[in-house]
Design a protein around this ligand. Sequence first.
Ligand SMILES: Cc1cc2nc3c(=O)[nH]c(=O)nc-3n(C[C@H](O)[C@H](O)[C@H](O)COP(=O)(O)O)c2cc1C
Length: 272
Amino acid sequence: MLTNKNKFINPPISPGDPDLIWETFHENSKVSMFDIPPSDHEVLARMADLAESFSYDGFPIVELPESPAPLAISLSDAITNRSTTKQMLAAPLNLLTVKTLLHYGYGITHDQRSLGFPRAFRAAPSGGALYPLEIYFHSSHTDGFPSGLYHYNPLENHLRLIRDGDQSDIIAQALVSQTIAHEASLIIFITAVFDRSTFKYGDRGYRFVLLEAGHVAQNINLTALGLGLGSINLGGYYDRKIDDYLDLDGLTHSTIYMIAIGKDARVSDASG
Ligand SMILES: Cc1cc2nc3c(=O)[nH]c(=O)nc-3n(C[C@H](O)[C@H](O)[C@H](O)COP(=O)(O)O)c2cc1C
């Protein structure tokens, strides 16, 4: 119930501005009591048609270590000490470090598909357990595996090498802060296959996809810290250039977040 006190704290109701796309989107992606969600049967049928993770069949496989490295940092220390790395150095990273970052980011933590759950559960939460995200990364500072652009398949616990060689110059051209491409050990691309969420949640599914990328990024940020590495989350990239580079159509499947990982210049003993 409104009291006189909070009545005055609440700001006046805005008339809205139809020219603001975000306002229009926010208003139109609100849940209404009159929405009719798809039935469980329809959801399960659609999930069966959608890939749980892209397979990139035919591209060279790089197997990941079975288990991630344990992180020798408490959660309270990780949260307290997390910060965006100011100065990053491109130290070579080995497959165990890559596995650890990807696994704690968006890897499979428990799998009850044999009990009828349609998806394996991941390290990050997902609206309806629909897992609309895919993870790619580029590295030209590798230790024990080829440089190049990779796709991560958590179901198979392997990478697929999509394009080999150092592509840092191409990535730099697609970044607002170009130098990060050369200073990072790893550039991670979080992409979204929007329909995996929007088929069920409509426009609100678009919100969920972006929220979920934030969960994954935070997992990776904290994991990097636990490995003695630094990270920079990147929203400053030219979408079309990055999507072209990853060979995504940019509409049904597009890059929604990037993370640079490297040795934090302030930390002397980065792992990898
Ligand atoms: C959505 C988002 C996008 C960001 N994009 C960039 C970026 O493009 N370049 C960059 O240097 N930092 C970027 N950052 C990092 C912020 O600048 C940083 O989080 C902020 O200054 C707060 O500092 P802290 O992370 O050390 O707490 C981004 C952070 C977020 C959450």
